[in-house]
Design a protein around this ligand. Structure first.
Ligand SMILES: NC(=O)C1=CN([C@@H]2O[C@H](COP(=O)(O)OP(=O)(O)OC[C@H]3O[C@@H](n4cnc5c(N)ncnc54)[C@H](OP(=O)(O)O)[C@@H]3O)[C@@H](O)[C@H]2O)C=CC1
Ligand SMILES: N[C@@H](CC=O)C(=O)O
Length: 814
């Protein structure tokens, strides 16, 4: 036998009721159908009662809406042969209800008992309608067999023994094929109407399933089942196919509102499985809850789901005098119990010098007052510190029975949230290891849920959330590459590149749900806001999104100045911009240390040699115990290109324009021509090799007179033309001597220098075409034959590819 429960949305409209009718009528054999009130009716009943007691005549309109809703569904779903009889029955009940509302208004009295009676009409009416809509169904009035008694704090609790006996007498004793009854409803020993609490229809169904030894309890609702997390927060959340009773209890007790928590208890004891199904999508398999899901494999994920509540207050009681004293916790909990304060998380250090409890914010004042009263003597004598409440926090619970077989899970969990800058204020894990709960600031809740979902592979994919700053040569090319590669990365590597911010020097567009990079120009123009570096910083930090990467494709010192703050807030930084890594040594060091401390990345591989793997190679050599003794390099794509294209008909001034047009130069080409770009790169190389050096330490043998570099960037090209003749002569002489000019950076025995050199055909720098770069590394291990890294050293495409590689390395995929 099956017991099926249909919630308010399932019986809310003619359409949904038609689904219910089809679902039930297709089931062969005996079944029990438990229904809630029509969707929204319980709230409407309460609201109408409140209007009536307030003498507000608007209650009549509200009541009319109740009547209208019920009549409309009868017309829509009850077969014609039973329609009149159903209408007569329902109208009679609605008239009774109308009289009760009138009485409430006249008496100006809405006692809890009267409200219970009013609310009961919701399920009484719906069950009569549904029983008449379904072919061959018999209606049972659940008030006659679901019995409550008084529990702690005056609450109604189920009288299981009596209820089971009454079910035998009032339901089992009769012949029926389909029994239909209202959920939630009950009566007490005096025969007065009570109920099982909000959500109690699930409970009624579970009580019936247990009493009748049903084969299965089906909870039909408006979602496909239990989700791995709240789908309103995590768009990659998916339906969990199987859960144990414990897992389901943990999840629904704490946020997931799929079923009413007490529902699980009666069926758990009889080992009756629960199937959560969607009335609006009946073919979806749903979530099966049972003692031991039959298909559990060792490869199953350790965490089954994540739930949370954003309404948390931590109350802490501290004292050095609590250590080793028996009975402090007992006093805390007894005092809170006496005042009806519910505690949902407890954390106490082994030192016993403090106990922290989590309560709802609404209970916080009462909890603090209660504990201050309880420990008044200790507080007055200073033995105990004052009771402290921290409000507006959120609690996250990760749930899964497989957690108990997984070593290092708590470590990974806290490491994951920590790396994303989320501070864990309190935590609790019981020895059953099925739930790890922890409390964080409420503003970090969304980020925490996302990062946990992502990191524990509950999501189908890993996500990196990118802020792309700078949409010039490199930035544009990067966006093209991302746009082309996004789908492949998702398909083959389960990596989702989500661009959540794009900015130029003037405009920025930000959206945590992701921006279409192929449409970046329109987005910036039409949806962008005016930005400054400070506004960009605020947008990034305020979004507070997990796994975030700030990608700097500008040449701006103001943008570079943001890195420290971003890294401190656990935002990864990938920079094509060389200013930070080559500027003040202390700043460079601090950025690296901040990244290490915060367990995020500060990557700038493209700072030297664009897409060539130079910095990573140096890091690998050093980390494996090698020592860099000497570096000789041609690292200016612009200058190498210029010296390669100079010809009788291509003077210096023309070559500079060509380099700029090819996208090799810095936004301001004087940075290249002055040697500054090479100086920056040399400093970065030496620093990465482990030397504490600065730009001032570099000996400079430059070839552009200082005075030519002053003034505006635009004027520079025309000024350079005055050097054309001199350069043509130099070039002619070099050509005659079969030599090539190279602008060489050198680090040798602690000495740094840059300068123009002419090299002959035996020199490794002689054959270096176009804008190519070459780096020779002499190390302890590569002594006789230095390591050579050579290839394209500038250009938007290769640089963007290097930036992209840095970004992907953060996700650590293979
Ligand atoms: N080109 C290459 O081969 C290589 C370049 N790099 C580095 O890449 C970086 C970018 O170079 P490239 O693309 O050629 O330069 P571009 O001049 O083409 O682009 C620079 C971009 O940065 C934006 N920008 C400037 N200031 C700000 C600011 N304050 N806030 C936000 N955005 C800003 C500009 O905005 P707007 O459009 O409004 O002007 C522009 O979109 C440089 O640091 C360069 O050193 C590194 C290796 C190789
Ligand atoms: N302007 C630079 C670009 C790469 O860093 C160069 O010319 O090498």
């Amino acid at each position: 036998m099956k017991v099926l429960k249909f919630g308010g949305t399932s019986v809310g409209t003619v359409n949904s009721l038609t689904n219910v009718k089809r679902i039930v009528e297709e089931i062969p054999g005996r079944k029990v159908v438990v229904v809630s009130a029509l969707g929204g009716i319980t709230d409407l009943l309460i609201a109408t009662a409140r209007l009536a007691v307030a003498d507000d005549i608007a209650y009549l309109d509200s009541y009319a809406r109740i009547v209208e809703r019920h009549i409309a569904v009868i017309d829509g779903v009850v077969p014609e042969s039973r329609r009149d009889a159903t209408l007569a029955m329902v109208k009679m009940m609605l008239d009774e209800l109308g009289n009760i509302f009138k009485g409430v208004m006249l008496l100006h009295d809405l006692s809890p008992r009267a409200l219970d009676i009013i609310v009961s009409y919701g399920e009484r009416l719906s069950s009569v309608i549904v029983s008449n809509a379904i072919k061959g169904a018999t209606h049972f009035d659940s008030r006659t067999f679901i019995r409550t008694k008084e529990g702690p704090h005056g609450a109604n609790v189920l009288d299981s023994e009596l209820t089971n006996r009454l079910i035998e007498e009032k339901v089992c004793a009769y012949e029926w094929d389909t029994a239909v009854m209202g959920g939630f409803l009950a009566t007490d020993a005096k025969g007065e109407v009570t109920n099982l609490g909000r959500g109690g229809s699930d409970y009624t169904a579970a009580i019936m399933a247990a009493a009748l030894d049903a084969d299965i309890l089906e909870i039909w609702t408006d979602v496909d089942g239990f989700m791995t997390a709240d789908p309103r927060v995590i768009d990659t959340a998916y339906v969990i196919d199987e859960l144990t009773y414990t897992e389901a209890m943990e999840l629904c007790n704490f946020g997931a509102k799929v079923i009413y928590p007490p529902t699980i208890y009666p069926v758990y004891h009889k080992n009756i499985p629960i199937l959560v199904k969607n009335t609006f999508n009946p073919s979806a398999p749903g979530t099966r809850i049972s003692n031991e899901p039959p298909h559990r494999k060792p490869s199953d994920k350790a965490i089954k789901g994540i739930s949370s509540i954003n309404d948390t207050c931590l109350v802490t009681i501290t004292s050095l005098c609590m250590v080793g004293v028996i009975g402090v916790n007992s006093r805390i909990f007894n005092a809170l119990t006496a005042k009806g304060v519910s505690v949902f998380l407890v954390s106490q250090a082994a030192s016993e010098n403090n106990t922290t409890i989590a309560v709802r914010n609404a209970d916080a004042d009462l909890a603090v007052r209660t504990l201050r009263e309880e420990f008044a003597t200790e507080l007055a004598t200073g033995m105990f510190n004052d009771v402290v409440a921290e409000r507006d926090l959120a609690t996250v619970a990760v749930v899964g029975e497989n957690m108990k077989h997984t070593t290092g899970l708590a470590g990974k969990l806290f490491n994951t949230v920590g790396r994303n800058g989320i501070n864990v204020i309190a935590c609790a894990q019981g020895a059953s290891e099925t739930n790890i709960s922890f409390v964080i600031e409420r503003k970090s809740l969304r980020k925490a849920l996302n990062v946990i979902h992502d990191s524990f592979f509950l999501s189908e994919c890993q996500v990196l959330n990118l802020f792309l700053i700078g949409v010039g040569n490199v930035g544009r090319s990067l966006m093209q590459q991302i746009s082309k590669q996004q789908e492949k990365l998702l398909r083959e590597k389960n990596l989702r590149i989500n661009v959540v911010g794009i900015a130029s020097s003037k405009r920025g567009v930000f959206n945590r749900d992701g921006l279409d990079v192929a449409d970046w120009r329109r987005l910036l123009d039409e949806e962008g806001i005016d930005v400054t570096p400070d506004i960009i910083r605020r947008e990034v930090l305020n979004m507070n999104i997990f796994n975030s990467v700030f990608v700097d494709c500008t040449a701006s010192a103001d943008v570079a100045a943001l890195y420290k703050d971003l890294l401190s807030h656990n935002v990864n930084v990938v920079a094509a911009n060389k200013i930070a890594a080559s500027g003040d040594y202390d700043v460079y060091k601090e950025l690296k240390e901040t990244a290490r401390r915060k367990d995020v990345k500060y990557l700038f591989e493209t700072n030297v040699g664009a897409g060539l793997p130079i910095i990573n190679t140096i890091n690998s050599l050093i980390n494996s115990g090698d020592k860099i003794l000497k570096i000789e390099a041609v690292v200016s794509g612009t200058l190498n290109y210029i010296f390669n294209v100079l010809a009788a008909d291509v003077p210096l001034s023309r070559a500079v324009v060509m380099a700029k047009e090819a996208g090799y130069t810095e936004p301001d080409p004087r940075i290249d021509l002055s040697g500054k770009d090479v100086i920056r790169k040399l400093v970065i190389l030496a620093r990465e090799a482990g030397y504490e050096v600065s730009q001032e330490d570099v000996e400079k043998n430059l070839f552009i007179p200082e005075e030519m570099l002053a003034g505006e960037a635009d004027e520079f090209i025309s000024k350079v033309a005055s050097l054309d003749e001199e350069f043509e002569k130099m070039r002619g002489d070099a050509e005659a001597a079969h030599r090539h000019f190279r602008f060489v950076a050198s680090f040798d025995n602690g000495h740094l220098s840059v300068g123009l050199r002419s090299v002959d055909s035996d020199h490794p720098f002689y054959n270096l075409a176009g804008s190519n770069n070459v780096i020779l590394l002499t190390t302890d291990r590569y002594m006789e034959y230095p390591m050579v890294i050579k290839g394209y050293g500038a250009g938007a495409e290769v640089t963007a590819a290097g930036v992209f590689a840095d970004i992907i390395s953060i996700a650590n995929i293979r």
